[in-house]
Design a protein around this ligand. Structure first.
Ligand SMILES: [Zn+2]
Length: 68
């Protein structure tokens, strides 16, 4: 069993992969935050730019913890 890049114990395809395909699949701010972390790991610059303009984008404090 492989974990998603965000750390959840489910496959990427069933987790952040769905959100990367369609940002509307992010049901909560936490989903979006996790998908942004996975995008960071995968160097998905396009996704990071796109999600940056989402209404539920992480606060600057959360962003700092993602980068670490
Ligand atoms: Zn994930």
């Amino acid at each position: 069993m492989s974990n998603c890049y965000c750390g959840l114990t489910k496959p990427y395809d069933a987790c952040c992969g769905k959100v990367h395909q369609d940002i509307m699949n992010a049901a909560t701010a936490e989903d979006l935050m996790r998908s942004r972390y996975s995008a960071f790991v995968l160097a998905k610059g396009d996704y990071l730019m796109k999600s940056h303009y989402s209404a539920t984008r992480p606060s600057s404090k959360e962003k700092k913890s993602i980068i670490q």
